[in-house]
Ligand binder design. Sequence first.
Ligand SMILES: CC(C)(COP(=O)(O)OP(=O)(O)OC[C@H]1O[C@@H](n2cnc3c(N)ncnc32)[C@H](O)[C@@H]1OP(=O)(O)O)[C@@H](O)C(=O)NCCC(=O)NCCS
Length: 150
Amino acid sequence: MLVREFRLKDLERVYKIEKESFDLPYDINILKELYNIGAGFLVGVENDKVIGYIIFWIKDEFLGHIISIAVSEKYQNNGVGRKLLSKAIELFIAFQINKIKLEVKATDVKAINFYKKAGFVETNFLHSYYGKGVDGIRMLLDLQYAPKKN
Ligand SMILES: CC(C)(COP(=O)(O)OP(=O)(O)OC[C@H]1O[C@@H](n2cnc3c(N)ncnc32)[C@H](O)[C@@H]1OP(=O)(O)O)[C@@H](O)C(=O)NCCC(=O)NCCS
């Protein structure tokens, strides 16, 4: 699988994966706007087809934020998510970012395990973060203490 920068021609495909993956997907215009304002935006490509993506952002001088990551269902559990996350972490490191945060639905055990495997730890319980009764968890990766290989 190739990991490359997002291009506008990928927008419809990324939006399709986003819709398949989340109950509350980002609107296509928001995805486009994230690209336009210069958020980190990578896609995983296999046989010319976008099969996953990651969007991230430098939140503060030393703090990065993962905005969204998803892998098309058919391609999950094959290391695609891990590769996308590793590439984003590499870029954060290049920008001297030493902490990365993200939010995930409290019931999304698979995603929480996925992040834990990459060294993230749970830091906060976010009551009704995704709307009334839909709680979130904030997770943090401290790159000073993370294993060298992600
Ligand atoms: C979360 C997601 C991005 C992971 O991508 P993926 O390509 O399926 O994950 P990978 O194959 O790279 O898995 C990496 C690690 O995550 C963990 N993992 C993956 N699937 C898992 C599962 N079903 N149960 C528990 N852990 C799992 C494993 O520990 C795996 O490591 P291993 O290969 O050494 O066992 C993907 O499942 C997805 O798009 N889910 C829907 C959208 C979503 O939940 N996004 C994140 C929410 S913020």
